[in-house]
Write a protein that binds this ligand. Sequence first.
Ligand code: ADP
Ligand code: ADP
Length: 224
Amino acid sequence: EAMIEAKGVKLSFGQTPALRGADLAVEQGEIVAVMGPSGSGKSTLLHCLAGILVPDEGEIHFGGQRIDTLGETERSALRRDRCGFVFQFGQLVPELTAEENVALPLLLAGVRRAKAVAATAPWFAKLGLDGLERRRSGELSGGQAQRVALARGLVAEPSVLFADEPTGALDSLTGEQVMDLLVASAREQGTTVVLVTHEARVAAYADRHVMVRDGKVASLAAAS
Ligand code: ADP
Ligand code: ADP
């Protein structure tokens, strides 16, 4: 059984159809790159899979549970307990320190502050961020900020990491470093990854590529 699956998902924003019958199944531990042109529906599909958006038609299954029929409170709890997120921009709270930002998902899950901050420590070593724990995140470089965002996405050991253009704001070398760390950390934890990107170089890190076109998913050959 798939870790997450979209079946016949349709979703419109007003008169604009974003998804027109999208099907995608991602296995546990798999890293899938969702590619396709701008406006094709990639982010909307990711938001449906993560229970952020609810489709107009079709089904979303997460860990064997149908989630599109759940209410906002239950979907919000599912995101908090089982999902990690890394986005392109603006995801860190600039006034908070790097370690406070990384600790946020644990604090939201009810972990006490001292314990949450302590749990962030290994991530600073693992992601090459030693010494930056107390730096305000507004004062980090782009690559540092994105590594902090990655640590935050993974610190609560989510079942699924949703990464939407995680290297989109970085130069190519920095982007490769972030992707190396993302993939290594996900493999180590057995995390399933849904990676939205329009860059072939970034998609090359995935086990499998799918292409979204006009709100539908077309599978491609396995990544080599
Ligand atoms: P992609 O991620 O492939 O660039 P999106 O999923 O962001 O595509 O968008 C798919 C379509 O839905 C586009 O036509 C986009 O303009 C539209 N869309 C996305 N989000 C919204 C929104 N919040 N309100 C209105 N239209 C939206
Ligand atoms: P784009 O379509 O430009 O790539 P993003 O993917 O960055 O946009 O958009 C992220 C959206 O998802 C925002 O609207 C944000 O409110 C929402 N979002 C991000 N993380 C979460 C979360 N953990 N729980 C609920 N909503 C979230």
